[in-house]
Design a protein around this ligand. Structure first.
Ligand SMILES: [Zn+2]
Length: 114
């Protein structure tokens, strides 16, 4: 999802730059094979808007992807308790700090498997 967002941002930025150049300088857009005629300007404007939307959508997808990954990483860190993960001596169920070598969580009574 992060990669998809990045791809969208890159395509969006690239397309936006192309459109900006083509619309701004009113030259023939070689990348799209469109010769500049009055009707093409309208098409270019639509493409320009499309690329901006793609860019914004890409940023949103990227942000959501990063947020989800962060949550997933946190969950896996807790799940990795006792398997060399950093979150040792923390209850996997309620997150309570446990004493070294505790067999059961004193708050929620989750059995700790080390
Ligand atoms: Zn607990």
């Amino acid at each position: 999802m992060i990669i998809a967002g990045m791809v969208m941002i890159v395509i969006g930025l690239f397309g936006w730059a192309c459109m900006h150049f083509a619309v701004g300088y009113r030259i023939t857009d070689l990348t799209l094979g469109l010769s500049y005629i009055s009707g093409t300007f309208k098409k270019l404007t639509y493409l320009y808007i499309f690329f901006i939307i793609l860019l914004i959508a890409g940023i949103i997808v990227y942000a959501v992807g990063v947020y989800k990954k962060k949550t997933r990483d946190q969950l896996s860190r807790i799940a990795n308790m006792g398997q060399g993960g950093r979150q040792k001596n923390i209850c996997p169920s309620c997150g309570l700090n446990l004493m070294e070598g505790a067999k059961e969580c004193p708050r929620c009574h989750t059995v700790i498997n080390e």
